[in-house]
Design a protein around this ligand. Sequence first.
Ligand code: ZN
Length: 150
Amino acid sequence: MHCPFCNFFDSKVVNSRSSEEGNAIRRRRECLGCQKRFTTFERIEEIPLVIKKRDGHKENFDRQKLLNSVLKACEKRSITGEKIEALALQIERELYNCLEQEIPSQILGEKILAGLRELDELAYLRFASVYRHYKDATSLVKEAESLLIK
Ligand SMILES: [Zn+2]
């Protein structure tokens, strides 16, 4: 990392902290040549995550797909974009924290369900109705009742 001021080749780290997303580290550096300070962002190298479907089919984890499912569940609810994004990021981080390279799709589904349940009950029910393939309205009503007695 060369100094942006004098192009000196060496610097020392004076301060580092994770950025809001948690997958980048912000470092404050001091040039050992001119003593000026500058900031660098370092991204943590990402291990590719594989989602294993119930039928054994595997596909790479897709951040956009996760965000889309959360967005769809939250459609027309008064939930801010920041909250939806934060939830998707939180789920993604949890997946990486599993430290497994292959994650069963049920685990991903359950994490989305758990997150939505905290965020918005109707969004949760919407996602649950698709995810759990409710055959009739009865099971959906039961699910709704279980929310009321929690
Ligand atoms: Zn310098």
